[in-house]
Ligand binder design. Structure first.
Ligand SMILES: CC(C)(COP(=O)(O)OP(=O)(O)OC[C@H]1O[C@@H](n2cnc3c(N)ncnc32)[C@H](O)[C@@H]1OP(=O)(O)O)[C@@H](O)C(=O)NCCC(=O)NCCS
Length: 169
C-alpha cells in the first residue's frame, strides 16, 4: 500500500523556523505586534501542512491563538509546527512559539504563544484534495490527536448552534 493510503508519520511534518524580532515588528507599546507573530504562526503551520500533504495547502481557519508572554525586539523566536490530526482533505496543525531573550544568553527559550490552525490541501484548481492519514507513534502524538478531535467537535457544534440561532431570528 502507498503512503497516501497507509499514512505518514507525524514526525515527517515537523518544521522549525527561527527569526530575530526587529524594530519594524513592534506595536505602539514597544513589544512585538501580535499580527507579526500570527503571520509567523501561519507561515510555519503552512510549511508543516505542505510537508504532510505533499503539496499546496491553504489556511481554512485559525481555531485558537494564545499569547502567553510579550516578545521583545532582539528576541530570537523559534516556531515549532506539526500536523496533529487529518480528515479527508483537512489537517489540524499545532504551533508553539518560544523566545530566547536577547539579553539572557544561554537561557532556555520561554513559551510565548500557542496556536491551532486548520489547513486544507488543494489541487491546482484550488479544490480540496485528499491527504494521507497521520500515523501516531508516541503518546504525545496520540494525546494531540485526541485534543484536535475535541476542538473539531466544538467547532462544528458552535457552527451548528449559530446557524440554528440565525434561523430562529
Ligand atoms: C478552504 C477551502 C479550500 C475549502 O473549500 P470548500 O469547497 O469549502 O471545501 P469543502 O466544503 O469541500 O470542505 C473541504 C474540507 O475543508 C474543511 N473546511 C472547510 N472550511 C472549513 C473551516 N472554515 N474550518 C475548518 N475546516 C474547514 C471541511 O471540513 C473539509 O474537511 P475534510 O475534507 O477533511 O472533511 C476554501 O474555502 C478556500 O479556498 N478558502 C480560502 C483559503 C485561503 O485563501 N486562505 C488564506 C491564504 S492561504
Amino acid at each position: 500500500m502507498d503512503e497516501q493510503h497507509q499514512g505518514r508519520p507525524i514526525a515527517d511534518s515537523r518544521v522549525t523556523l527561527s527569526k530575530i524580532m526587529t524594530a519594524v515588528d513592534v506595536n505602539l507599546y514597544g513589544t512585538v505586534h501580535g499580527g507579526v507573530l500570527m503571520k509567523f504562526v501561519d507561515d510555519v503551520a503552512g510549511a508543516a501542512a505542505a510537508r504532510h500533504s505533499g503539496g499546496t495547502a491553504v489556511t481554512a481557519a485559525i481555531d485558537e491563538i494564545v499569547f502567553i508572554e510579550p516578545v521583545r525586539v532582539g528576541d530570537l523566536v523559534h516556531a515549532y509546527a506539526q500536523v496533529n490530526w487529518t480528515g479527508n482533505s483537512s489537517m489540524e496543525v499545532g504551533v508553539k512559539l518560544a523566545a530566547e531573550r536577547w539579553d539572557e544568553v544561554g537561557g532556555t527559550p520561554i513559551p510565548v504563544a500557542t496556536a491551532y490552525l486548520v489547513f486544507v490541501a488543494v489541487d491546482v484548481a484550488g479544490k480540496p484534495r485528499s491527504v494521507p492519514p497521520v500515523v501516531l507513534t508516541d503518546p504525545d502524538d496520540k494525546r494531540r490527536f485526541k485534543e484536535a478531535l475535541i476542538r473539531r467537535d466544538h467547532r462544528l457544534a458552535r457552527r451548528a448552534a449559530i446557524q440554528r440561532a440565525r434561523a430562529e431570528q
